[in-house]
Ligand binder design. Structure first.
Ligand SMILES: [Fe+2]
Length: 277
């Protein structure tokens, strides 16, 4: 791996890896993705089900866990992240499933995953695998360098008219800036990264980076994206706010029981997460 790629991930919080998966690997991912959409888990969130304008998001589906661990371990992610981070070990966390269809899906609001998940450290990465050729205009967008902080309160995702509505509330975390509104006023407010991608390319994102976007429209109506999340040696447990208005546990809502014994600053480790390097 070129030093420039490592440096870009470290400084920007996101990087494009061209041609990472071959056709066969991509077909295996697609089969697992289709299964995951059909057999969604307890964290799935569906809108407009059965209509043309369909949206489906799922996370860490326990029914898919064993199958996805096998798949992920067979793909070259262990080597990729060991090199990208300079980490001796790499663990697989879990998947995310994104489906937007019907050409009228709205933007995904700007957020950091670390507002919802108890994660800190440099060795985190979400690998975005889209099965279509995605034009830049419909791609995931990232605020360059925003993984370095601050950690903002998350949006509730509930009110399109209040895109920064705080999830946890209180004073523990600062409120999100309204990135989209500020951009509309002045396109130079933020340095935004995004890439057009072809099937087989992946976008790797540090989950502490502000990201969003990836709307679909008439000329690019459907997007199917599988995300696999990973962590390495420098991954620590950073609890969510103690008094969350949303009633969020400090461990977050994924693997809550497994993480119950971790204290702030502990290495993020549990035997439930498959080691792949
Ligand atoms: Fe996200």
């Amino acid at each position: 791996m070129q030093d420039s790629v490592r440096k870009a991930f470290l400084e920007d919080g996101a990087v494009l890896i061209k041609g990472f998966l071959n056709e066969e690997q991509l077909a295996q991912c697609r089969a697992a993705y289709d299964w995951a959409v059909e057999n969604h888990g307890p964290h799935a969130f569906r809108m407009f089900d059965g209509t043309e304008q369909q949206s489906h998001v799922d996370n860490a589906n326990p029914r898919a866990k064993a199958r996805l661990e096998e798949l992920v371990a067979s793909l070259p992610f262990g080597k990729l992240f060991a090199q990208l981070w300079g980490s001796e070990h790499v663990w697989y966390f879990a998947e995310e499933v994104f489906l937007k269809a019907g050409g009228r899906g709205s933007r995904t609001l700007w957020h950091q995953d670390t507002s919802y998940l108890p994660w800190a450290g440099l060795h985190w990465g979400n690998a975005w695998i889209s099965f279509e050729s995605v034009p830049k205009r419909n791609a995931l967008e990232i605020v360059r360098g925003s993984h370095k902080g601050p950690r903002y309160d998350g949006t509730t995702f509930l009110d399109p008219n209040d895109p920064t509505q705080p999830l946890h509330g209180g004073n523990a975390l600062p409120r999100l800036p309204d990135v989209e509104a500020q951009r509309k006023q002045d396109p130079d407010t933020y340095e935004i990264l995004s890439w057009a991608t072809e099937p087989g390319d992946i976008v790797v994102l540090h989950p502490g980076a502000l990201h969003g976007g990836a709307a679909v429209d008439e000329t690019f109506p459907d997007r199917h994206t599988f995300v696999f999340r990973f962590f390495g040696d420098d991954a620590t447990f950073r609890p969510l706010p103690e008094h969350s208005a949303a009633g969020y546990p400090q461990q977050g809502v994924l693997f809550t029981q497994e993480l119950a014994d971790l204290k702030a600053g502990d290495s993020f480790r549990h035997s439930t997460f498959r080691q792949i390097a």
